[in-house]
Design a protein. Structure first.
Ligand code: ZN
Length: 232
């Protein structure tokens, strides 16, 4: 925790290093920012779980996107939310999903929210919504999803095991009217997003699609930082 706070303070005091490449001068340098805001790609997991909406990811979960997400989520560099929100906004613009849009962030667990002091995906969704509104779109963020129970660590589980582990993991409050877009940081097997979509459906809303910052390119990769994240 102390290290994370220190990192955040240092971001304010010394010329920042790019979270993507380590170069001096910007939180995310123009080259890395360009990589984050490239055209989004459709992501179809090898064995898509039932009820998974159409998924789009702005970047692959390697290289720049992975390093920026880890710095943002695990190292307390909350200022990176701006770059990640821009990434998501760009993806949504590219998809030309017509409004009014309702962005529903996939929630962090209570425990990880407490540990990190913020809800990272919700923050990114809010930045994206502000940017899209500035561009004239009607967009709201609806943090209607809540963790319903504890789930086991997802790391190392197969697609089927992840789906079983997450069944009934979320509940949803009523969803505002509009085109509902699920928002998350990373998609791997799609189990989390399928469960989120199920919870929305139970509350009477159908997710139009899901947009994430990044998508893993392999089926179930072993991610070092996934150990700390229950939902990936
Ligand atoms: Zn860079």
């Amino acid at each position: 925790m102390v290290v994370r706070v220190l990192d955040a303070v240092l971001d304010l005091l010394v010329p920042p290093r790019c979270a993507g490449c380590g170069g001096r001068g910007a939180l995310v340098c123009p080259r890395c920012a360009a990589e984050l805001t490239a055209a989004p790609r459709r992501h179809v997991p090898d064995a898509p779980p039932e009820g998974l909406p159409e998924c789009w990811a702005a970047a692959g979960y390697d290289g720049v996107a992975r390093r920026v997400l880890i710095a943002y989520k695990e190292r307390g560099r909350t200022a990176l939310g701006a770059a990640l929100g821009a990434c998501l906004a760009r993806a949504l613009t590219h998809l030309q999903v017509e409004g009014p849009l309702v962005l529903v962030p996939v929630p962090s667990t209570r425990r990880s929210r407490r540990a990190k002091g913020h809800d990272p995906v919700r923050r990114v969704a809010e930045v994206a919504a502000r940017r899209l509104r500035a561009g004239g779109l009607q967009v709201t963020v609806a943090p209607v999803l809540r963790p319903a129970r504890k789930v086991a660590d997802q790391a190392g589980l197969t697609s089927a095991q992840r789906a079983a582990n997450l069944a009934g993991a979320f509940t949803s409050r009523p969803v505002p009217r509009g085109r509902v877009v699920l928002v998350d940081d990373v998609i791997t097997t799609g189990a989390t997003l399928a469960e989120a979509a199920r919870a929305l459906r139970a509350a009477g809303a159908e997710a139009d699609c899901a947009v994430t910052v990044a998508a893993t390119r392999k089926r179930v990769p072993v991610m070092r930082h996934a150990r700390r994240s229950q939902f990936r």
